[in-house]
Design a protein around this ligand. Structure first.
Ligand code: ADP
Ligand code: MG
Length: 618
């Protein structure tokens, strides 16, 4: 390890995985991105005779690995659909002669292939059989093993066909590696790859599968959620200032919601910083050769910031990413995905600081983004809502330590994570003391009893509903605050398709006066009510778009059944408390500029969102 890989000490569960693997056990290893999963098979590969087969989903990822291995003097090759025929022949004949030679000199220690090679290439399987018969087939490694399961967000049909490996090579140990693995996906992996204690009714080779999972918490990542300005331009200048002040000339990623966002953000960051920040764009429509080039330029530091969609992921192998910014709170939208929203955020932000040095993870959040999110996930409404709420809960929280929020979230969604938190991190529930919530000066937020304000919002909403109207998250806040003359559209899409009719709402009559909250605070409260079931989102699609409206939630009556006087006299047993950022405060990390507030006139009531979202495919 020291001599070849230049690594001084094992990290996380690396040592255990190496040992179990060299003992010939099947192993499942769940380790965070950047945790160092590669070493767990590369080290055994150089220490044992024969060839280690590595199945990896992405060519760029393989190429990086091969490059590193060659630099370290390890004999490694890759075989993909794109390998020139001559090289394929050469590699295959080298493997074939290895199979029939006693000596272990000049062995190919690692052979990286795409899953397609296994699924569709009989000749290659036959070659592996030769190695197997010659006792030169050391182990099978399945990197990004969650791709095996169609319950995961990166499902690859060809990964499923890897089940053939156990049939043909029953006693070759399998090492399955992943960073994201909810329990259902894990069960699927074990089943499809035929790992685990029982295979086809018989006891599995060598006493079954060993599970390893490493703590999810990475000390070098500093999480911060910053209020997001409401004008697109302000968002960019805030980011630009942030980057220039905190990470000048250091590498980073800005994750955006849509392809269009990625493009405009890249361009605007360049313009606003007067070229001081060199950006590149990465999304699914960018041609492969340009992607490759961007990768190279970014790796060598010519491009400082990659503005990307979700598509920028699996292939990243860059240690010195000093910051990952999220332009928008985004949740995973893959069809049938069991992926929870925070897993996605955790993964993407986790691409920072893989070298173990300090790095920042900043999420720009504004409650209003919830509208945008929701309209995108409506196709899986019920599940989408839960995910959306998980994300909102995380973003909205200004008190609990981010590490603890992650820990609670992951232990609720995965038994594995729970084990790792309790066994590996004795003090998993201690505060991290370096995230935004741990370092936030107490005077920068105000915790208010807003039962009356909540009541006003619910009353306003009830009045809208009783008149057959519908309002958006943004709309209800403005209505309750008495903006726009209290007008809203009634009978929108109603049963009889009545023409839109503008209805006037009198704040005084309906809610005993205007809501005395700023726009931002009103939105924060609405999200708070949404997360806690006093409000609920409904999704309505038109021919062109999906609109998200809010309606009274399951708990609304607990407050709205009281009169204003009751509320004022404290007769309502429910108390609504909500934390607000204090207005006008400069955020340390946000740069010097205070967050701009937008005037209501600029506000777009039911703006349709037509942006396309890049699907979660590698
Ligand atoms: P993963 O596949 O788990 O996301 P990698 O295997 O690509 O992570 O490793 C991420 C980085 O961490 C690499 O640059 C690797 O050299 C480095 N690394 C791995 N193990 C160690 C270790 N024990 N100590 C220091 N650096 C390590
Ligand atoms: Mg990896």
């Amino acid at each position: 390890m020291k001599k070849i890989f230049g690594i001084q000490n094992f990290r996380l569960c690396q040592e255990g995985v190496c040992n179990a693997n060299m003992d010939g056990r099947d192993v499942v290893c769940i380790m965070p991105t950047g945790g160092g999963k590669s070493l767990t098979y590369q080290l055994p590969a150089v220490l044992t005779p024969g060839c280690t087969l590595v199945i990896s989903p992405l060519i760029s990822l393989m190429r990086d690995q091969i490059l590193h291995l060659k630099e370290a003097g390890v004999n490694a090759v890759m075989l993909t659909g794109g390998t020139p025929k001559q090289s394929v022949n050469e590699i295959q004949s080298r493997l074939a002669s290895m199979a029939t030679t006693e000596s272990n000199d000049n062995e190919i220690k690692l052979c990286y292939v795409t899953p397609e090679k296994i699924a569709k290439n009989q000749r290659f399987i036959a070659l592996l059989q030769k190695l197997y018969n010659g006792k030169k087939f050391a182990r099978i490694v399945i990197d990004e093993a969650h791709c095996v399961s169609d319950l995961g967000h990166d499902f690859r049909p060809d990964y499923k066909k890897l089940s053939v490996l156990r049939h043909v090579f029953p006693d070759i140990p399998i090492l399955a590696l992943s960073a994201t693995c909810p329990p259902k996906v894990l069960q699927d992996i074990l089943k499809i790859l035929q790992m685990g204690p029982v295979v086809d009714g018989k006891a599995a080779p060598l006493h079954g599968t060993v599970h390893f999972s490493a703590p999810l918490y990475r000390k070098n990542l500093h999480y911060t959620i910053l209020p997001k300005p409401s004008s697109a331009k302000e968002v960019i200048s805030t980011m630009s200032e942030y980057i220039l002040q905190n990470h000048k000339n250091e590498s980073g990623i800005v994750y955006c919601l849509t392809k269009k966002d990625a493009e405009t953000t890249a361009e605007a960051l360049g313009t606003i910083s007067k070229g001081a920040i060199k950006t590149g764009v990465y999304h699914s429509d960018v041609p492969d050769d340009i992607k490759e080039r961007l990768h190279t330029l970014w790796r060598e530091g010519t491009v400082q910031v990659v503005c990307a969609t979700i598509a920028f992921g699996l292939g990243i192998d860059k240690g010195n990413v000093r910051f990952v910014l999220h332009h928008t709170a985004r949740i995973f939208i893959a069809h049938l995905s069991t992926q929870k929203s925070l897993d996605g955020y955790y993964q993407e932000s986790g691409r920072a600081g893989r070298d173990g040095k300090d790095a920042d993870c900043v999420l720009y959040y504004r409650p209003q983004d919830a509208t945008r999110l929701s309209s995108i996930i409506c196709s899986e409404a019920a599940e989408g809502q839960t995910k959306l709420r998980d994300m909102l809960r995380f973003a909205q929280d200004m008190k609990e330590c981010r590490k603890i929020l992650f820990a609670k979230y992951f232990s609720a969604s995965s038994d594995l994570a729970m084990n790792s938190w309790t066994t590996e991190e004795a003090n998993a529930m201690d505060r991290c003391n370096h995230c935004d919530n741990c370092t936030r000066p107490p005077e920068s937020i105000a915790n208010k009893d807003v039962t009356l304000e909540a009541w006003q919002i619910l009353k306003t909403l009830a009045a809208v509903e009783s008149r057959g109207g519908r309002v958006t998250i943004n709309g209800i806040g403005d209505l309750a605050r008495g903006l726009g003359g209290g007008k809203f559209d009634a009978n929108v899409g109603g049963k009889r398709k009545k023409a839109k009719e503008s209805v006037q709402l009198d704040c005084e009559a309906v809610a005993g006066g205007k809501l005395q909250l700023s726009k931002d605070d009103a939105e924060a409260l609405i999200i708070h009510l949404l997360i806690n079931d006093y409000l609920k989102e409904v999704f309505l699609s038109t021919a062109y778009t999906v609109n998200v409206y809010v309606v009274s939630g399951a708990k609304a009556l607990r407050i709205s059944r009281f009169s204003r006087a009751d509320i004022l006299e404290g007769k309502c047993p429910v108390k609504i408390e909500c934390s607000f950022r204090l207005q006008g405060r400069k955020s340390k990390a946000a740069g010097k500029k205070a967050v701009a507030r937008q005037s209501p006139e600029m506000y777009d009531f039911n703006s349709p969102e037509e942006d396309e979202v890049v699907p979660a495919k590698p």
